[in-house]
Design a protein around this ligand. Structure first.
Ligand SMILES: [Fe+2]
Length: 247
């Protein structure tokens, strides 16, 4: 398949800035909306439901992280986070007995909310959403292969059965809600997700994600719409793709 100029230009810009905005009309809108609703519900769960899922219980960095449980540059991270892994992709079972390895530490089983209190819908929605997001990821990889004139599946073959796919649900506390308290500054403020491979960002509330070029200071609101994601290219992805493109 031959890439058109617009596709080539879009991915060249994405690799240069490490950021791209994509839309996938084939993604089930109902699932997209349900995931948004479930996320808002999750942050409103009773504190005891969230604390029963505390990441402190997990060797694999999975579960709930409350406001103030993490610090960045000596300041409280004013946010709440749920971390999940795609268990059906075998990552959780891929390295039995190898928990001493750094990669093995990141794989493991999720912590889910008590179904007798929350029901099963949340878990089902998260699992379905992660499976569909994996398909979105593979489509992006396929488009990249075409745009960069790489051999077929050159990038998609990296998605082996034990590849690690994670989902984070994050609620940031607006700054005006903690200004003047002991938590005066946002720990995890402006940052780039540099270490990962690809990060897909979906927004629920506005104002939300903003970006700026390294060369500029002006923050730009990322326009989100139905079935739209911001894609952050981590350094490892950019370096790997650039090396594959030098042929
Ligand atoms: Fe991030």
């Amino acid at each position: 398949m031959v890439a058109n100029d617009a596709l080539i230009e879009a991915f060249q810009a994405g690799l240069a800035t490490h950021f791209l905005r994509i839309q996938d009309q084939s993604f089930p809108s109902e699932l997209h909306d349900r995931m948004c609703d479930m996320t808002l519900d999750a942050f409103a769960w009773p504190p005891e439901v969230k604390s029963a899922m505390s990441m402190a219980n997990s060797k694999h960095f999975l579960g709930f992280t409350g406001r103030g449980d993490e610090l960045t540059n000596d300041h409280v991270d004013n946010r709440e986070v749920f971390d999940f892994v795609l268990e059906s992709n075998q990552a959780a079972q891929a390295y039995p007995g190898q928990r001493h390895t750094e990669y093995g530490l990141l794989t493991g089983c999720n912590q889910w909310p008590d179904p007798s209190i929350i029901g099963e819908d949340f878990r089902l929605t998260v699992e379905q959403y992660m499976c569909h997001m994996r398909k979105v990821y593979l489509k992006v990889m396929e488009q990249l292969e075409i745009a960069l004139d790489l051999p077929i599946k050159a990038l998609r073959k990296l998605d082996t059965p034990d590849a690690l796919h994670r989902l984070k649900l994050i609620k940031y506390i607006p700054e005006n809600e903690f200004a003047g308290t002991w938590k005066t500054k946002q720990g995890v403020g402006a940052h780039q997700d540099e270490s990962g491979w690809l990060t897909f960002v979906q927004e629920i509330d506005e104002p939300g994600l903003q970006v700026h070029l390294r060369s500029g200071k002006e923050w730009i609101e990322v326009p989100f719409g139905p079935n739209t994601w911001g894609v952050n290219f981590g350094y490892s992805a950019v370096r790997h793709i650039e090396m594959r493109s030098c042929h």
